[in-house]
Design a protein. Structure first.
Length: 225
């Protein structure tokens, strides 16, 4: 049974989602604002957190940033705002996926399952080491020079994909398809946003991710490809 946190200031939406997801085997906790969502994540471990972007006390974007300080749990944003800039803003805050309102509950359920499966689907024996960077696929941890660094779930998934394809140039569209899925309809600039986040986290090893002009990105320890 997957345990999820659903945060929305509309009690009707909260009740409807809880009823539907519970009927489909989920354990659902509810929050009516962003601050309550942050507080609950400090007390419980969730498989997925769903945040409405526009909430009182603390909005979804701010709540996501607070949660990311202590947790790598996958976060799904939902909002009536569906322009490219809204997607980019959400992903830059640390979200792993984004769904626009209105949406069928069946679609929300499938998207949640897809995010959880992407996050938990790694082979337990996989440890990828390239230079000073080590990625543990099962424990969802990344180390640089033996020191653990913090990455969001989506940043981890992208880094895992890049490292698993060491030396191979991956286009933005290919990364989008592999990491976000075929149903993602935001622009490919979201890839650049996450690459920026990963490079910052890698610190001295940021140069391992190389930009190939008009082609995409490649993870390679050596200076020359």
């Amino acid at each position: 049974m997957y345990k999820i946190l659903f945060a929305d200031d509309d009690y009707k939406i909260r009740d409807t989602v809880k009823t539907y997801f519970t009927a489909n085997g989920f354990d659902v906790s509810l929050a009516e604002n962003g601050q309550e969502a942050v507080d609950l994540t400090c007390l419980h471990d969730f498989d997925l957190i769903i945040l409405d972007v526009m909430m009182p006390v603390l909005d979804g974007i701010s709540a996501c940033r607070e949660i990311r300080k202590t947790a790598k749990t996958p976060i799904l944003f939902m909002s009536a705002l569906g322009e490219e800039k809204d997607f980019l803003y959400g992903y830059s805050a640390g979200a792993d996926d984004y769904i626009t309102k209105p949406f069928p509950l069946s679609v929300l359920l499938e998207k949640c399952l897809a995010v959880i499966r992407r996050y938990t689907g790694a082979n337990s024996s996989d440890v990828i080491t390239i230079g000073k960077v080590k990625l543990d696929c099962y424990k969802k941890k990344v180390y640089v020079s033996e020191k653990e660094i913090s990455l969001s779930a989506k940043d981890f998934e992208m880094l895992q994909y890049l490292m698993s394809k060491k030396g191979v140039v991956l286009s933005r569209s290919l990364i989008l398809s592999r990491v976000w899925g075929y149903d993602f309809y935001g622009g490919d600039r979201v890839v650049d946003t996450h690459i920026k986040n990963i490079r910052k986290a890698l610190g001295d090893c940021s140069s391992y991710i190389k930009t190939m002009a008009k082609m995409g990105y490649v993870f390679q320890e050596a200076e020359n490809i």
